[in-house]
Ligand binder design. Structure first.
Ligand code: C5P
Length: 253
């Protein structure tokens, strides 16, 4: 394959220059990190699953009129996306207390929240993506008040879509993170969902057993991460025939 220009390498993905101006190729690695990369492992097949799952969610969002950067999947590990100007925020939506919110407020994980709560972290690995109030975002010019209003509306629509899709397959959407990018049409700016949506960036609990089907399996050493992601893909009908990670054969007596 022709050598491509690498634009950016993150913890779980690489961005390459795309085949046409204004496009990028997003490559999903098998690397898993937690606690801002203090913990790291290579989880065979994770990149393939996340590429497929992110394609599934981004395509679904597009079908219900929520704009995303996704154009099309290219192969097992790569997808073509629109080049966007990433707003340097992690936009987190929570439906139930978990993770850093549960720790910060001393809440039990799984406590239902009175309404979806949105919070923002400043995207900076060196600082560990600190939680920031809207005041900081506007004062430092990371986004305007109008952008924030649009981001909140976008995040709530993504929450409604994802919660519904997951509910349909017996999974509770506890929380998730999205990133938002600007796309310019001349002087006119549009905000679109960018980056990825996958079990790396969501908390997904089985509705009846509470089993974790997301990156907490890796963060908290709860079992096999690929098995958890494969289960999400299986329930959603993603990769039904060519699963990367086949269940072990069961002996029938
Ligand atoms: O750790 P915390 O509880 O703040 O995470 C909230 C949600 O955002 C989780 O679903 C987590 O997977 C996601 N997240 C992420 N990337 C980060 C931080 C959080 O995808 N850097």
């Amino acid at each position: 394959m022709a050598r491509r220009k690498k634009i950016y390498e993150g913890k779980a993905k690489i961005l390459y220059e795309g085949p046409e101006p204004g496009t990028l190729v997003q490559y999903f690695k098998d690397d898993a990190t937690a606690n801002n990369a203090e913990k790291h492992a290579v989880v065979e097949g994770k990149g393939v699953l996340n590429n497929r799952l992110s394609e599934f969610f981004m395509t679904g969002l597009g079908q219900v009129g929520i704009p995303t950067h996704f154009l099309r999947r290219l192969n097992m590990r790569e997808q073509l996306v629109r080049q966007v100007e990433i707003i340097p925020l992690e936009v987190i939506v929570r439906n139930f207390a978990a993770g850093s919110m549960a720790r910060r407020l001393g809440m039990e994980e799984g406590t239902p929240l009175p309404r979806p709560i949105i919070e923002f972290s400043f995207k900076d690995d060196k600082l560990g993506d600190p939680l920031v109030p809207e005041e900081y975002i506007i004062a430092f010019g990371w986004a305007t008040q109008a952008d924030l209003d649009d981001i909140v509306a976008l995040a709530l629509r993504v929450n409604d879509y994802l919660s519904g899709v997951m509910y349909g397959v017996g999974i509770k959407l506890v929380d998730f993170k999205i990133e938002v990018g600007r796309v310019w049409d001349g002087d006119y700016q549009r905000l679109v969902v960018a980056d990825e949506i996958s079990p790396d960036s969501c908390r997904l609990w089985d509705m009846s057993s509470g089993e974790r089907l997301d990156k907490d399996v890796f963060r908290k050493d709860l079992g096999n991460l690929t098995d958890a992601y494969t289960e999400v893909a299986r329930r959603l009908g993603v990769m039904p025939s060519n699963a990367t990670h086949m269940p072990k054969p069961t002996l029938i007596n």
